[in-house]
Design a protein around this ligand. Sequence first.
Ligand code: ZN
Length: 287
Amino acid sequence: MSAGRALRREVAATARFLHERGWVANHDGNVTARDGRGFVATPTATSKRLIDDAAVLELDAAGKPAAASAGKRTFGEIGLHLAVYARRPDVGAVVHAHPPHATAIACAAGNPIARPFIAEALVSLGPAIPKVALAAPGEASIQALAPWCELVDAALLESHGVMAWGADCEQALLRLELVEHLARIAILAAPLGGVTPLPETMIAPLLQARARANIGRVADRAVELAARLGGGGGGGVRPVVACAPAPHSDVPTIAPGGGASSRRGGASAADLAAIVREEIVRALGGR
Ligand SMILES: [Zn+2]
């Protein structure tokens, strides 16, 4: 079997699974995977129940049907998938569905799963499951999602559903499944007084465990870097990205561009990007 066919099978199996689990209705949901320089994608206007590998489209790098799928139409939300791929070279698959519990939270006020409240889930999904603000389909919805692509691996889409991404279909699907699972638990806990957040003292060690295990977005390495620079296990003094000498001698700094001027040794561009992303996640914090 060709590599392309194996990938189309994987995408088709993922799509059927979304239907089996009741996470899509009618023609809802879509799945894509990176295939060399292009992509493969579920067809539009088709129940996920009916998708086999022959139905999966081949797309070029711009997300348009490639020669093998000439004359076919891509689904309308392809722009959201492409927004993720453009910002995350590590991502190989994107899954979108409307699983009922997570979609209930996406459609209601508030977000009780903004910070995973179970230790394993925090390790698997990271510190935030944001609710991306509602925007009109097309460019506006892409602009709403874009800032989150580098920061998280799964997000609620307000008044819509869930998107998750990962190295492959399996990882993206597991993340979507975990978001739905957390949402279900949060809803079950609501009449009991709601879920209790994990204590703050547990967060940094769990994120360190996540970084050590190399789970999730590369930005999580910021936790380790913060611990190294601040000596505080991520919970102590946080490093500050400095373009000029730091005004406070007790604040550890890292310098952009290799860190020749850093007092604590240089930081690579990736380290710098990781810290910046981590700070943004912290500031945005989900809604
Ligand atoms: Zn949708």
